[in-house]
Design a protein around this ligand. Sequence first.
Ligand SMILES: *Cc1c(COP(=O)(O)O)cnc(C)c1O
Length: 231
Amino acid sequence: MENLPFSLQRVNERIETTCQAQGLVKPHLIAVSKTQPAHQIQTLFHAGQRDFGENYLQEAEEKIQALSSLQGICWHFIGPLQSNKAKAVANQFEWVHTIDRFKLAQKLNQHRGETNLGRLQVLIQVNIDGESSKSGVAPEDILPLAQKIIALPNLALRGLMAIPARRDKLNEQREPFAKVWSQFKQLQNQLPDTPLDTLSMGMSADLEAAILEGSTMVRIGTDLFGTRLQK
Ligand SMILES: *Cc1c(COP(=O)(O)O)cnc(C)c1O
C-alpha cells in the first residue's frame, strides 16, 4: 500500500493540472472512504483532506463515531439510500448526493428538523445514461423534483450528481458530463432564486473529463486509497 499523503498530493496535482490548462476553478475533492478503515481516513485528514464520502450507512456510522474528535471533518453520503435510514443519515451527515425521489427528501427534511444541525445539503442524482442498473432521475424529472425539494425548510438543494456509464476514452467520457452540465445550467435558469452551485461528478477513472465539463466536486476512492477490499 503506498503512502496516503502522497496519493492525496498526486490526485490534487491531477486536479490542478487539468484546471490550470483551461483556467478552470478547482473542484472540491471528496475522498471516497467506503471499505477503508478509520485510521486511513485519519491519516488523510492529517494530510489536509476534510471531505469524505461513504456509501454504506452501517459502516459509515462506526467510522463517524470513531473519528468524531476530528474538528472540521465533513461527511457526504453518496450511496443509494432507503427511506428507513433517512433519520440516521440526517443526524450524521452534512451532505447527501443521492436524492432520487421526493419521499426520501421529505424524510430527510423531517429528521433534520429534529436536530440543531442546520440545513442538510442535498444533490439530485441524475441517471444521465438512462441505465436501468443505476439510480437517479431522468433529466425531465429533475425540475419537478427540485421544485418540491426547495420548499422543504431543512434541506438546501445545491445541485446535481451523476455517475455515467463507464467509457474509456477522454472524449467519450466528456459527453455524458456535458449533458449533466447543461441540465445543471437549465435548472439554474429555471430556479433563479435558489443558489445552485454544485455539480458532483468525476471518479478515479474519469476525473479529468468531469472537470473539463464543469465539475465542482469530484469523488475519488481508488486513486487515493488503492483498490478496495471486497465488501
Ligand atoms: C465508489 C464511488 C466513488 C469512487 O470511485 P473510484 O472509482 O474508486 O474513485 C465515487 N462515487 C460513488 C457514488 C461511489 O460509489
